[in-house]
Design a protein around this ligand. Structure first.
Ligand code: SF4
Length: 119
């Protein structure tokens, strides 16, 4: 019908069921862009990985074997945005570079884009 919807949510379990293309944002910045299949099969950004690991699985055996990626600390104020990568003070993979240099969104493969120095 030529209609597009923008759906904003924190729960990626819900987002999966209605989205063709997903933008993951943190502190007002785009961290990752991918098709729904790309994002759920191969999440690249550490924030995306943490969000996906927080989705409970309705199978106790599978759930017990999953490895959680907890996010440490609190969300900083958007008025006092951290230097460099906005996620660096909560990212388990942060390096010195992350504190100083803001990663730019760039294409990794096909239409999959990520803003992270690891890629
Ligand atoms: S740029 Fe650094 S701090 Fe930011 S998500 Fe990537 S590894 Fe983590």
């Amino acid at each position: 019908m030529g209609i597009s919807y923008i759906f904003i949510a924190h729960d990626l379990a819900v987002v999966k069921h209605i989205s063709d293309r997903i933008l993951v944002m943190y502190l007002g910045r785009v961290m990752e862009i991918a098709t729904c299949d790309e994002l759920y099969e191969n999440p690249l950004h550490p924030y995306t990985q943490a969000l996906l690991s927080a989705i409970p699985v309705a199978d106790p055996v599978v759930e017990a074997q999953r490895e959680a990626v907890p996010i440490q600390g609190e969300v900083p104020s958007i008025l006092k945005r951290p230097s460099g990568c906005p996620f660096h003070n909560r990212c388990p993979k942060a390096t010195e570079r992350c504190k100083q240099e803001t990663p730019q969104l760039h294409t990794v493969e096909g239409t999959h884009q990520v803003a992270c120095h690891l890629f």
